[in-house]
Write a protein that binds this ligand. Structure first.
Ligand code: COA
Length: 352
């Protein structure tokens, strides 16, 4: 078996290999995810393949990130989200997967993934990885139709009553001097170039206790702003000093064609819960006005984002474990987490 960095010439075979194993990718989406391979600019996402007799039999990719353990004094550690980790099924359980993971770990002292497949959840604990359970997927049903058509009569009755009593946007007054850019159907989308100002201002307000993977404007612009589907929408919150908050969200499709909304990233001054509440409320109202049935967002349970979601009637519906490699100890992971990107179908990002 040979293990080596993926080369641009490998993309057609790699796309076919990943597709055969259930990843909804194309050569073009791989070119976006791994721009270093196609000569594109952007973050240097890394990718390695395992070959047997000249054929690709395994792959791992890593999106570079940084991680802060919650102590401001500790500088951000280099880290990476691994993805597209795959071994051909007839060659599994022979060490190829762990070999690929170790190669990725050589370049990224801390590796991470959210939830992971059943195989991931079986293999990672054996390698000393730690699952942090501070993250929850918060959801809000925006219409009674959000409930499955197969639900029982009591469930449908409860959904109907919730629709009458509960399913309407909570209106939070804009904090004094604040307004939104990019919200509402008729407004022009703000430029992604403004995101760096917003992130710079809100980063200065983050307290010591919050463990996070801070996203740079450059990363978000490349990963979401230039996504091939152009599906991600940016809303900025601005006060007199300029943009100081943002939400990035998108629609996603259900199997029956109806649509949900997903908040993929958000930030606001940590010391301004009123701004968080108002910003999340405005995005929620927009999702409802656009005909979304349900909106979801991943957040650390004790983060300002989670408080704002709760204030807008979202409920924690599912704990998603955040897996961390042994380079990031359980003690560090015990601090409060902020929200992270968990956009599992980012390959297709279902444009609606
Ligand atoms: C996850 C996946 C990539 C692992 O690849 P693999 O080649 O089967 O993994 P390995 O052979 O390296 O490891 C398999 C086993 O050896 C163990 N192992 C290997 N090296 C080890 C080491 N140094 N120390 C301890 N255990 C080790 C693993 O923990 C695992 O244990 P198991 O017997 O319970 O399966 C593979 O199962 C796969 O492609 N699954 C489907 C796709 C998927 O789920 N991808 C993850 C998406 S997040």
């Amino acid at each position: 078996m040979m293990l080596r960095p993926t080369q641009p010439d490998d993309l057609p075979e790699l796309a076919a290999f990943l597709q055969a194993n259930g990843v909804a990718c194309t050569i073009s989406t791989l070119g976006w995810k791994y721009p270093g391979l196609t000569g594109g600019s952007g973050s240097p996402v890394r990718s390695w393949i395992a070959q047997v007799e000249g054929r690709i039999v395994g792959h791992i990719g890593v999106v570079p990130a940084v991680i802060r353990d919650g102590r401001r004094s500790a500088s951000p550690a280099p880290a990476g989200w691994f993805m597209d980790w795959m071994v051909r099924d007839d060659l599994r359980a022979r060490g190829i997967g762990v070999f690929l993971l170790r190669e990725a770990a050589k370049h990224h002292p801390v590796l991470m993934t959210i939830q992971g497949s059943a195989d991931t959840q079986r293999v990672l604990p054996q390698l000393g990885w730690f699952a942090c359970d501070d993250l929850s997927l918060y959801k809000l049903n925006l219409a009674a139709g959000a409930i499955s058509v197969n639900a029982s009569l009591p469930q449908r009755t409860a959904a109907y009553l919730a629709g009458v009593l509960w399913l309407h946007p909570v209106t939070h007054r804009p904090p004094h001097g604040w307004h939104l850019l990019g919200s509402g159907p008729s407004t022009e989308a703000p430029s992604w170039n403004l995101l760096s100002d917003a992130i710079r201002r809100l980063e200065a307000t983050v307290p010591d206790v919050t463990a996070r993977c801070p996203h740079t404007a450059e990363f978000l612009t490349w990963w979401l702003g230039s996504h091939p589907t152009r599906a991600y929408r940016l809303i900025l919150a601005t006060d007199a000093t300029g943009p100081s908050g943002y939400v990035i969200w998108r629609w996603s499709s259900r199997a029956d064609g109806r649509k949900d909304a997903r908040i993929v990233d958000a930030g606001a001054p940590w010391d301004r819960p009123d701004v968080w509440r108002w910003l999340l409320g405005a995005v929620t109202a927009e999702c409802q006005a656009g005909g979304g049935l349900q909106v979801g967002c991943l957040a650390g349970r004790r983060s300002p984002l989670a408080l704002a979601l709760r204030a807008n009637r979202y409920l924690p519906r599912q704990t998603l474990p955040l897996w961390l490699s042994p380079g990031f100890g359980p003690a560090d992971a015990g601090t409060h987490w902020h929200a992270t990107l968990a956009d599992s179908d980012i390959d297709t990002a279902a444009a609606v």
